[in-house]
Write a protein that binds this ligand. Structure first.
Ligand code: CA
Length: 299
C-alpha cells in the first residue's frame, strides 16, 4: 500500500494556536506527518556565554504548522499517535531570576549547554541523565470564540502542557474545535521531570513523526493520553488544586461514560489505582494528569 509522508518545515511556525492560522499543509486521516521543530528558544541560544541577554522573547515557543486534517470537524476527536521523536545532539537548560518556582530566590540567569550522546544527557563530567524524549507544545486551534492562545500556554486545546508522557509510542487525543483541527507542535525536551520547576526542560530541536486520525461520535474528556499501560486525563488551570480536580473529574467521567462503571465504583478505583501526577507548574497555567491502569478497564 502506498503511504503518504508529509513534512512540515520549521520555517513555518506559529506563536499562538488560533482559528486564524493558515494551514501549511493538508493531510488525510491515517497519513503520517513529520514536523521539524525548533527548540523552545527558537535556536537562538547556542552558547552559555551572555545568558539570555540577546534573546528575542517574541520568538520563544514556536510551534511548527499548523496542519489541516481533512474531514476533521468540531466535536470530533483528533488522535495523534507519536511514532518517533528525533532530537539534536545538544540541549539547552536555563534557570534564573524571575523564572519558575525558585525564581524569587535566584539572581541572574544561567544557561547550560548539555551534550546528548549514547542515550544520555551529559549534565556535567560526573552527572548524566537517561534521555526521555517528549513534546512540550502540541495542540490544535481553540474554538473561534476563544480567540488566540499563545503557544506558551496550556489549555483544553493542548498547547504547552509540558507532559513527559507525550512521547514515542503514546497517542494524544485532542478536541477538534475548528474545521481541520489545525495541528501544530514544537518545544521538544530531551529530559524533563514532572513539575519542570525551573521553567526549562533540556530544550532541543528535532523531528517528530506522527500518524493522525479522526474519531467521530465519541464524547471524551479531553485532552487524554493513551499508552500501553495507562489511560490518562490532563487538565490545566492557574490553580494547581483546580487542575487536579479537573483531571480527576475527567477520569471519573471517562470511566462512567466510556467504560461503563457506576460513578461510585469509578471514584473508588481512581482512589485505589490511579496516580495523580503533576506535568508542570510554570507555564503559567499548571497541568495535572491522572493515570488509570488500562488492565483494570472493563473489557
Ligand atoms: Ca514548554
Amino acid at each position: 500500500m502506498e503511504t503518504t509522508m508529509h513534512k512540515v518545515s520549521k520555517d513555518t511556525v506559529v506563536y499562538a494556536m488560533s482559528a486564524k492560522n493558515k494551514p501549511v499543509l493538508y493531510a488525510n486521516p491515517s497519513e503520517t506527518i513529520q514536523f521539524e521543530t525548533w527548540d523552545a528558544l527558537a535556536g537562538q541560544v547556542k552558547s552559555a556565554d551572555g545568558g539570555l541577554s540577546g534573546l528575542d522573547w517574541g520568538r520563544v515557543n514556536p510551534a511548527s504548522g499548523p496542519v489541516y486534517i481533512n474531514g476533521a470537524q468540531p466535536g470530533d476527536v483528533l488522535s495523534v499517535k507519536i511514532q518517533c521523536i528525533d532530537i539534536t545532539d545538544t540541549g539547552v537548560v536555563i534557570c534564573g531570576q524571575g523564572m519558575g518556582v525558585m525564581g524569587a530566590h535566584l539572581e541572574g540567569v544561567t544557561v547550560k549547554i548539555v551534550p546528548i550522546k549514547d542515550g544520555y544527557a551529559h549534565f556535567s563530567d560526573n552527572i548524566r541523565l537517561p534521555i526521555n524524549k517528549m513534546i512540550g507544545v502540541i495542540g490544535v486551534s481553540p474554538a473561534l470564540d476563544d480567540g488566540d492562545i499563545p503557544c506558551g500556554a496550556p489549555d483544553y486545546h493542548g498547547g504547552n502542557m509540558d507532559c513527559k508522557e507525550v512521547k514515542e509510542g503514546a497517542t494524544l487525543l485532542l478536541p477538534v474545535n475548528v474545521p481541520g483541527a489545525l495541528l501544530a507542535m514544537g518545544d521538544l525536551h530531551a529530559v524533563m521531570a514532572d513539575g519542570e520547576i525551573g521553567v526549562s526542560g533540556l530544550e532541543v530541536s528535532g523531528m517528530v513523526t506522527v500518524t493522525v486520525d479522526i474519531i467521530k461520535g465519541k464524547d471524551l474528556p479531553l485532552p487524554m493520553i493513551l499508552n500501553d499501560d495507562f489511560v490518562m486525563t490532563l487538565a490545566s488551570d492557574v490553580d494547581l488544586d483546580i487542575a487536579v480536580d479537573m483531571a480527576v473529574a475527567n477520569m471519573v467521567d471517562y470511566l462512567v461514560k466510556n467504560a461503563g462503571l457506576p460513578p461510585h465504583d469509578a471514584v473508588m478505583l481512581v482512589s485505589l489505582a490511579a496516580d495523580v501526577r503533576i506535568c508542570q507548574v510554570v507555564d503559567p497555567k499548571k497541568t495535572a494528569r491522572v493515570e488509570f491502569p488500562r488492565n483494570l478497564l472493563p473489557v
